[in-house]
Ligand binder design. Structure first.
Ligand code: SP5
Ligand code: ZN
Length: 341
């Protein structure tokens, strides 16, 4: 399988995040992608290529122009106020406060962000754009006949919706790629999100649509971020009713429990008749992940890849989360090798 990768991800290097009310060193760090690309190379998974530039059009098919324009200029507006540290929001438009878009960068940050864990830095926009181009380049490989490809995206994307960012995500790489499959002629596309966290951005983006089936397996939002979305009764709306599935799982979930939910998801994808499959590939289900509480082991990732291959679909893997950094290369490539085996 070929991998698409760009060193531009290093431009996203946030110093701190507000994690459960405490300032901590950012978990979403450049080393994550570096350890994965090292493993891709040392295992000879396949050729590594750089991204092509697709411009803003494929991004604007699923994201509002307001969010995209905000992300493009946010650092400059923040720096213009004299601040040299990373930009984080600190006030939010909860329903009782209204939802005006302020002229102030502080107001804009709260307007577009869902959390204070997603720092905007001088290089954020370039890294984000490059990450989307990585996804689109890998998507093109699959759309033009390769059985599978790996988009080594960083920053990740699945928490970003049409008009919001957060959860370490700015643009929804998997959603952008799924839309590209549609625009290139695939009638039905499925996105399967196996990141530990609920793919709230992907859910929101496709909630009213029946041409992109979205399924997320994740830690129960009753216990875990993003708390407000990801419950089992969210099944899509309007034409999209029945085309979204949440499979929330409790803290402590191990492979045996996980695989029951996974098989359920794969059955739904087979029944749907997808022409392409996008995997939001998070590895934060790992037993030693520092911010997560599932119990998948190294060898389980090989099994995960194997099961995904049973769907027998053209498959695009898009990198999402995973914060046990030293194990991330092995775990990620285990999925890809399990798929190819
Ligand atoms: C792409 C991705 O994986 N984003 C994850 C964002 C998670 N941000 C907040 C998580 C807070 C949950 N609890 C941490 C428990 C530490 N003991
Ligand atoms: Zn995650």
């Amino acid at each position: 399988m070929r991998t698409v990768y760009s060193e531009d991800h290093r431009l996203q290097d946030g110093k701190f995040e507000l994690l459960e009310g405490q300032f901590m060193k950012a978990h979403e760090m450049p080393r994550r992608a570096e350890i994965v690309i090292d493993r891709v190379r040392s295992t000879k998974l396949g050729e590594v290529l750089g991204p092509q530039d697709f411009g803003l059009d494929p991004i604007l098919k699923v994201h509002d122009r307001g969010l995209v324009e905000f992300l493009r200029v946010a650092w400059d507006e923040w720096a213009a106020t004299g601040r040299t540290f990373d930009a984080l929001p600190h006030v939010w438009p909860v329903p009782g406060l209204g939802r005006r878009l302020s002229d102030s960068i502080d107001g804009k940050l709260g307007y577009y962000a869902i959390d204070a864990g997603t720092p905007i830095t001088p290089g954020t926009w370039r890294a984000v754009l490059s990450s989307a181009n990585v996804a689109l380049t890998a998507q093109k490989l699959v759309a033009t006949g390769e059985k599978s490809a790996f988009a080594l995206c960083r920053p990740p994307g699945h928490h970003a919706g049409s008009d919001f960012y957060g959860g370490y995500c700015f643009l929804n790489n998997a959603g952008i790629a799924a839309q590209a499959f549609r625009d290139q002629g695939a009638k039905r596309v499925a996105i399967l999100d196996v990141d530990y966290h609920h793919g709230n951005g992907t859910q929101q983006m496709f909630f009213a649509r029946d041409d992109v089936l979205t399924i997320s397996l994740h830690a129960d939002p009753k216990q875990e971020f993003p708390y407000f979305l990801g419950y089992a009764d969210e099944i899509g709306a309007g034409a999209g009713e029945g085309y979204h599935m949440n499979l929330p799982l409790p803290w402590g979930t191990d492979w045996q429990r996980y695989t029951e939910a996974l098989d359920h998801a794969l059955k739904r994808i087979a029944q749907y008749g997808a022409e392409a499959l996008v995997i939001s590939l998070g590895l934060d289900t790992f037993e030693h992940d520092p911010i997560s509480r599932f119990k998948l082991a190294e060898a389980d990732y090989h099994r995960l890849g194997e099961r995904i291959a049973w769907a027998d679909l053209p498959t695009l893997f898009v990198m999402e989360g995973g914060y046990a950094v030293e194990a991330l290369g092995v775990n990620t490539v285990n999925v890809l090798m399990g798929f190819e085996q």
